[in-house]
Design a protein around this ligand. Structure first.
Ligand code: SF4
Ligand code: SF4
Length: 146
């Protein structure tokens, strides 16, 4: 249970990457509500996101191809709040345990899908959306329908 014993800086690249549960929640368009400062999710996916695998199709080049995509390992304390509350990186940063459905606990990478956490097969392609369209695509990721 390296994630309990090591800080982020002490983790190897493989350990760090293994923390990602593959939920895909960081790969959909989001925006901040001006009044409440709440982060609102849509079901509109990044063009590099594969809706069937729930994974990035060019992970090594992601931040070059998609300038808005950020390397979590470079995040400031404040930036972790941009991640979903279920995200392993945010949980560990806040000193919280991983959920039972996380593959490092469950032993299965399917458990994030079985638990209804992932956005696999729940997103739409992100092109030519008007502002009104985007508002219609707002979702609660905890209640996203398959
Ligand atoms: S939200 Fe966190 S755990 Fe989910 S895919 Fe993104 S980085 Fe991985
Ligand atoms: S570039 Fe890849 S990792 Fe980044 S948001 Fe898009 S699909 Fe997700």
């Amino acid at each position: 249970m390296f994630w309990k014993e090591k800080s982020a800086a002490e983790m190897s690249d493989d350990e760090w990457e293994s923390l990602c549960d593959g939920c895909g929640r960081c790969c959909v368009w989001k925006f901040e509500d001006e009044d409440s400062a709440e982060i609102l999710y849509t079901d509109i996916r990044c063009h590099l996101f594969n809706d069937n695998t729930c994974r990035c199709t060019d992970y090594p080049q992601r931040t070059t191809i998609v300038p808005d995509c950020m390397d979590i390992r470079t995040f400031s304390d404040q930036q972790y709040s941009w991640l979903p509350e279920s995200c392993a990186y945010r949980l560990l940063h806040e000193g919280k345990p991983l959920f039972a459905w996380h593959h490092l606990i469950s032993g299965s990478k399917d458990s994030v899908h079985a638990a209804g956490i992932s956005l696999r097969k729940k997103t739409v392609c992100g092109e030519n959306f008007t502002e009104e369209d985007i508002v219609r695509h707002i979702i609660d990721p905890d209640e996203a329908d398959a």
